[in-house]
Design a binder for this molecule. Sequence first.
Ligand SMILES: Cc1ncc(COP(=O)(O)O)c(C=O)c1O
Length: 442
Amino acid sequence: MNQIAPIVGRNEPEGISINGWSSIKDTLASPRVLRAEGVYFYDDSGKRWLDFTAQLFNVNLGHQDRRIIDAIKEQAEKLCFISPFYRNEPREELARLLAQVSPGDLNTFFFMNSGTEANEAALTFARMVTGRAKIMSRYRSYHGTGLTTLGVSGDPRRGASANNFPSSVKFPNPYCYRCTFNQTYPSCGVVCATSVEEQILAEGPETIAAIILEPITGGNGPIVAPPEYYGILRKICDKYGILLIADEVINGFGRTGKWFAVEHYGIIPDMMTVSKGINGGVLPLGAVMMRDGLAEKFVDRSVAIGSTQTGNPLACAAGVAALKAMIEDRVVETAAERGIYLMKRLKELEAKHRLIGEVRGLGLLASIELVKDRATREPLVAWNAPDPLVGRIKGMFNDRGVQMHVRSNQIVISPPLIITEAQLEEGLKAIDEVLTELEKTA
Ligand SMILES: Cc1ncc(COP(=O)(O)O)c(C=O)c1O
């Protein structure tokens, strides 16, 4: 007996496509979205949703930006596809624009189709050029859903594929609210960064190809490192010939109030990986950005990897339109201003709600960390423990028509960067209401 037929409610064969990170039952219970505009989307019941997450941190310019739609249409009429063995105009134009907005000498780009693929490629390059195997990364991190990228991710989702990448070495995050070293900044001397050297020496520096990290941790609950942190890591990497890879898949393209989050710290990584916001989040596209010194190694030597869709003309044309729109509309500067407003308002909520342990973030990437008790900082829900309360909280936002990331005890906020203060207030009102309701029982 087909187990699926009763769930679907039909006996004849039914084509089912499963949502990401979901079961078939979850998939069938999820809303079917018909259309979207700006910071809102609409499902087939007629319900309007406020998108307080820019979907998966990607629809940074909001939904259905006319300039991106027109660019895709125009490119589709000229050239939908050409093999990656040929250059194409939108790919080259996108590279020119990226070189303008990227920090330092990150001027050479290798396009892939997602954040996962960009990180897989960066890790391959790191191992190729150093001849070393190990990759260091942090416990609270997510770098993608491939064998290597999920293996180096600290995110417990890696457990599902039971593939823990054998050459992965992990270290703690600069998570001041829950410091692994039981210290307080600044008297700690940023031990979370300095201690990485001890780990490198214990592992053997000659075995470590790269350190990969999200400058501002994203999906694992935004964590903002102290100002000195990346400068210290940069020096350690230089000392031992280890490449530093900044995974800016979430951070990049204005999310934290700068074009790229490393700019807050004044360092240049050896490689930077990007995706999501690169083309307004509308078509699959990712990229590895390389510094000149690294790119030189590929002048005669092949990058030795690629994908059929490397530098797809439609995805790149969308990227050109998105970057031009961001420059024209001063989206990054606006995101920085909105971020200051958002943090001011979150601090007010923190003062009002006993369930809030800490609010933190940078630009339009923010987190509300929920605790049972402010004094002990006991999390409202243990990190990644299966707890029905998480679903209940998410449901409370769904009931109010607000799309929100709820991850264990973190409410993660990342609206489209074009959001207005009035629209931010709609989401903040929902948060205030949900916390008020929760405080009656939790
Ligand atoms: C920081 C980070 N890196 C990489 C990825 C993987 O990107 P993609 O889902 O496009 O494969 C993600 C996805 O959420 C991410 O948040």
